[in-house]
Design a protein around this ligand. Structure first.
Ligand SMILES: Cc1ncc(COP(=O)(O)O)c(C=O)c1O
Length: 410
């Protein structure tokens, strides 16, 4: 039977200090919802929630009424085409979630055990796991303090004869400096898979993320800017990658005989019902991105008055979509990040701590024992994100900022 890797904090040495405390219990408070004319009430301000205010119900109803509820049906190609086009990519391969989108895109490379894939240590576990599923080894690099994304100087230094690919993660919606990365990749003949799970609609200079590497993976989990409940998509400009990904997604059935398999394929299909929601969501992408950006501007303006809070980055060449509005709690704030979370939770305000880096994860700790990544560790120790849904109102944001200011006073 599979046994968990229990990692005791004493085993981690001084790394233990960065591990967040237990999740604080959310106390119920009551907030009016202005978009319902103040009539409806909700008990907390959640860290995120979907906005299903477009054609979602109409398209799902159509899929049900026409009897196309499984993974064939017209909404799949319509969603793939519409989403890929908005990202600036030629092809989209819809699949079951963002993790399998990463896995599917990497599987097209034919990685072998011992192959290496460079990823940031500061990411969500799926980035590393997708590499591990294929028997390859994630090689970790630190982040840069100015964008919280992977540090380009460390990427080049991490390349070895076994390196096959690089996975840049557009963290919390801020794009990676992709020209610099593609330069390194081209010099060494490496495949670049963007982990764009959190960055729908983000732009690098004037180009969309998801069209900048050789392939990209998006997530449509319920907390993402575009959601299908669960879902994902590989986008790419390369026809060979798209064709292989479509085939691997569907058990790698052959065209010559149905039950005849020349690749180890997967069932990573998306349903027509999910794609119907995805299409309706994608039609509203610009509206969602504009809301996230304007909410972020509002937070940044109000938080500026509070000493000891660092607001999220936006490089001059970047359009950050602020999937999550992340802040760093400085010493000057007077209480720790965990204490701030506890005090916000007492007022019904939900937050999340930043990622716990891969080298601190129980399942990866032994593999990276002794390696240190100070920027990622600092982000983990002091970072949290505030409620960030597209539907957040100015009232919500003012309530959250007021609670942050009052938490400081005790
Ligand atoms: C950076 C990153 N990569 C991959 C994923 C995996 O996506 P999913 O949850 O849809 O499998 C996520 C999910 O939140 C993520 O944040």
């Amino acid at each position: 039977m599979l046994q968990p890797r229990e990692l005791r904090l004493e085993e981690m040495g001084d790394l233990a200090e960065i591990i967040p405390g237990p999740e604080p219990a959310l106390q119920m408070a009551v907030y009016p919802i202005p978009s319902f004319g103040g009539r409806a009430r909700r008990s907390i301000i959640p860290v995120c929630e979907p906005t299903l205010s477009g054609n979602e119900l109409k398209y799902v109803t159509d899929a049900v009424e026409t009897n196309w509820i499984s993974s064939a049906g017209s909404y799949i190609p319509r969603f793939e085409e519409c989403f890929a086009e908005k990202m600036g990519a030629r092809y989209g391969v819809a699949c079951a979630n963002g993790t399998v989108a990463l896995h599917l895109a990497l599987a097209t490379l034919g990685l072998e055990p011992g192959d290496e894939v460079i990823i940031p240590t500061f990411t969500m576990i799926a980035t590393a796991n997708a590499v591990t599923y294929l028997g390859a080894r994630p090689v970790l690099v630190d982040s840069e303090p100015c964008t919280w994304n992977m540090d380009m100087n460390q990427v080049e230094a991490a390349v070895t004869a076994r390196t096959r690919a690089i996975i840049p993660v557009h963290t919390y919606g801020h794009p990676v400096d992709m020209d610099a990365l593609m330069h390194i990749a081209d010099r060494h003949g490496l495949f670049v898979l963007e982990d764009a799970a959190e960055a729908h609609g983000a732009r690098y200079q004037d180009r969309g993320v998801g069209s900048l590497g050789h392939a990209a993976a998006f997530s449509f989990y319920g907390n993402k800017i575009i959601t299908t409940g669960e879902g994902g998509m590989v986008t790419t400009n390369r026809e060979d990658v798209a064709r292989l990904a479509w085939n691997l997604r569907d058990h790698a059935f052959s065209t010559e005989r149905h039950f005849w398999h020349k690749f180890l394929g997967y069932n990573y299909r998306m349903t027509n019902l999910q794609a119907a929601i995805g299409l309706a969501q994608t039609e509203q992408l610009e509206k969602f991105v504009a809301a996230r950006r304007s909410n972020a501007a509002c937070y940044t303006q109000l938080l500026r008055a509070i000493p000891g809070i660092t607001t999220p980055p936006e490089a001059p060449w970047a359009t950050n979509v602020f999937w999550m509005y992340g802040i760093m709690v400085e010493k000057e704030f007077g209480i720790s990040r965990d204490e701030l979370r506890r005090r916000l939770a007492q007022r019904g305000i939900e937050t999340r701590t930043f990622f716990i880096p891969m080298h601190c994860q129980p399942i990866y700790f032994d593999q990276y024992r002794g390696q240190r990544f100070p920027v990622a560790e600092d982000l983990c120790r002091r970072g949290l994100y505030l409620p960030s849904a597209s539907a957040l109102t100015r009232d919500d944001i003012e309530t959250v900022v007021e609670a942050v200011a009052e938490a400081r006073k005790g």
